[in-house]
Design a protein around this ligand. Structure first.
Ligand SMILES: *Cc1c(COP(=O)(O)O)cnc(C)c1O
Length: 419
């Protein structure tokens, strides 16, 4: 359920006509709906109400300060994967005691920053990282609270690039070696082992992989506790899928119901969840304007002012995003490729898509773009990145200015010998 709906054939974001924003702010533009974001967060949070739990939004899905602030005010913690994301979370006023830090390649500088900030937990992904963290914590005279990220070797049945819980993936430690790794971790002086973390992938549309992996992790926690380790946190990661096209992912309630009996076997464990996509994905759209049309003997192209630098998911994962006109009227349906201005054949938003005929100057909405949209955007082809807008009820707010040519070259310099 989201608040991007037609009223009298005009697309609205909550009570604001999307065309008004496109005309006033320009295109391409990302538009988020505050009330959709809140609705998704609250539904997810409520599904786990019967457990002692913390929902940490995966910052990499959408890292805009206003989005982070909105979620933090609603009670969310944050799941971060870099020092930059920590900086953003703190800048948005997130309580560090609600921040968990994952990632296979944390630098010692990042570790120091996170320890000084007082984050709740490090999700550690290897023995070498553990040694490194132990050293940094020792230098600061603190103890680092740690969950080891365990790779349960479960197939999430999603795109290979967003599968993380298979034994051939780079993430976590193998569940078969987990006991030894935990024993080794417990011996480190400046490490306090308090949890188990797993995250098996993204855009998962069945409960099966979640149930299988949670079952394995719960068994592991029982064993660890049997060995005398004080495991207080069970971090289930993120990964719940959304509807882009015709997927029918489990609702947060169904997801929670499916795994709750397993968690209850532990008789007391604080549960952390790290949803990203399911919170922000359908709370955002990307709006683009049709610049040209072109028909080759092979096919028809609609050339728009948003490209793969703005939304890379179609190019990177072959991802499907629904495309709809901002103004709905009777038009013939045609099969086209919707492409951007970038000098790459891989620069497309849709391929072989049957859409109502678009004409020059028309506006279109690329749906479900609130997660891994702007946050994955780049300046490729020296294109200033798009503006971001947050709509709440009948008002809209620019939450990120469109970049310009000056910001494009900011930080670059030409050395003296070239002058
Ligand atoms: C990316 C990521 C998430 C969020 O995944 P979604 O599919 O967006 O829910 C959560 N935890 C970790 C460790 C991640 O890397």
């Amino acid at each position: 359920m989201n608040f991007f709906q037609y009223q009298d054939n005009e697309l609205y974001a909550e009570q604001v006509p999307v065309k008004q924003i496109a005309d006033e702010v320009g295109t391409p533009v990302y538009i988020y709906s505050y009330n959709t974001l809140m609705r998704h967060f609250k539904a997810f949070d409520a599904a786990f109400a019967s457990l002692d739990h913390l929902v940490c939004f995966a910052v990499k899905a959408n890292s805009n300060l206003a989005i982070l602030k909105s979620l933090a005010q609603a009670g969310a913690g944050m799941d971060i994967v870099s020092g930059g994301e920590l900086y953003r979370a703190l800048a948005a006023g997130v309580n560090p005691e609600k921040i968990v830090y994952a990632g296979v390649g944390k630098t010692q500088t990042e570790m120091e920053y996170a320890l000084k900030s007082g984050v709740l937990l490090f999700n550690v992904e290897s023995q070498a990282e553990l040694q490194s963290l132990n050293q940094v914590a020792g230098q600061l005279g603190v103890k680092a609270r740690v969950a080891l990220r365990v790779n349960p070797d479960v197939d999430p049945q999603t795109h290979p690039y967003i599968s993380t819980g298979l034994k051939e993936n780079k993430f976590g430690i193998s569940i078969n070696q987990a006991i030894q790794e935990y024993q080794a971790a417990a011996r480190l002086e400046n490490i306090q082992v308090v949890g188990v973390h797993k995250h098996i992938g993204s855009q998962i549309t069945e409960v099966g992989p979640f149930v299988d992996s949670v079952g394995k992790i719960v068994d592991l926690i029982k064993q660890l506790r049997g060995m005398g380790l004080d495991i207080q946190y069970l971090n289930l990661g993120g990964g719940l899928g959304i509807t882009y096209d015709d997927e029918t992912p489990p609702s947060p309630e169904n997801f929670a119901q499916a795994i709750m009996p397993l968690i209850n076997e532990l008789g007391g464990c604080k549960v952390i969840l790290e949803p990203g996509r399911v919170i922000a994905g359908n709370a955002g759209i990307l709006v683009a304007r049709v610049m040209y049309k072109k028909t080759t003997p092979a096919k028809g192209f609609v050339i728009v002012d948003a490209g793969m630098n703005d939304l890379i998911r179609p190019s990177l994962y072959g991802a499907y995003h629904k495309i709809i006109p901002l103004h709905k009227e009777k038009r013939p349906e045609v099969e086209v490729d919707v492409v951007g201005p970038i000098c790459e054949t891989g620069d497309f938003l849709a391929q072989k898509r049957t859409l109502p005929e678009f004409r020059r100057g028309d506006l279109m909405a690329v749906m479900s773009a609130g997660s891994y949209g702007f946050s994955m955007s780049s300046n490729y082809n020296s294109r200033p990145r798009a503006a971001e807008v947050l709509v709440c009820d009948d008002k809209y707010y620019v939450i990120r200015q469109r970049e310009n040519f000056e910001t494009l070259i900011q930080g670059e310099s030409v050395p003296g010998f070239l002058q």
